[in-house]
Write a protein that binds this ligand. Structure first.
Ligand code: GDP
Ligand code: MG
Length: 173
């Protein structure tokens, strides 16, 4: 078993895009539980002589095989489910990566997640994603400094600063 780092964050901030770039298709495991399929993926990252596992949290959708006669599945809203998955990740990871969307800016649930992961006592890296080029970095990261977490800006989709992001993640191991 390799040390694990989980990607945490609101839906749509770009966690899965980052995950896919990090693992370059070394995807390993999908966990399911009855009724709800969680697209909770684990993948292996091998870089610079280190090997570690990255966990992509947060993809949730109803299982198409769920038998509706068993009654509705209680989904308490995505925030509760994300907090639950974050809690689970805290118990098995050596560090956490809180991913936020630099183009959306700092939202209330980002603040809540930041408090939550800080209380874990684990090393946390704040990843300001969707910074699609270096010229946007200062503008899109400005308001995230108040969270008081070590921060890196990158673009999972366009590749800006992925190397810096990987190095910062790896330094948490
Ligand atoms: P997740 O819900 O956090 O896993 O987010 P996804 O990886 O599924 O991405 C959500 C949306 O954001 C998709 O439409 C992506 O194309 C888009 N996205 C992801 N990364 C970036 C990025 O670096 N820049 C931009 N502009 N869009 C991105
Ligand atoms: Mg996703």
């Amino acid at each position: 078993m390799y040390p694990k780092i989980a990607l945490i964050g609101r839906p749509n901030v770009g966690k899965s895009t980052l995950f896919n770039r990090l693992i370059r298709s070394n995807r390993a495991i999908t966990h399911d539980r009855p009724g709800v399929t969680r697209d909770r993926m684990e993948g292996t990252v091998k870089r610079n002589g280190r090997t570690w596992t990255v966990i992509d949290t947060g993809g949730i959708h109803l299982d198409e095989n769920h038998d509706a006669t068993e009654g509705p599945i209680e989904l308490r809203g995505f925030e509760a489910e994300i907090l639950r998955q974050t809690q689970e990740a805290m118990s098995e990871c050596v560090a956490l990566c809180l991913v936020v969307d630099g183009r959306d800016g700092l939202l209330p649930f980002d603040r809540r997640l930041a408090d939550y992961v800080r209380r874990s006592g684990l090393p946390v890296l704040l990843a300001v994603n969707k910074v699609d080029g270096g010229e946007l970095e200062d503008m899109l990261t400005a308001e995230f400094h108040e969270l008081g977490l070590p921060m890196v800006a990158m673009s999972g989709e366009h590749g800006f600063n992925m190397r810096g992001f990987e190095e910062d993640l790896q330094s948490l191991l």
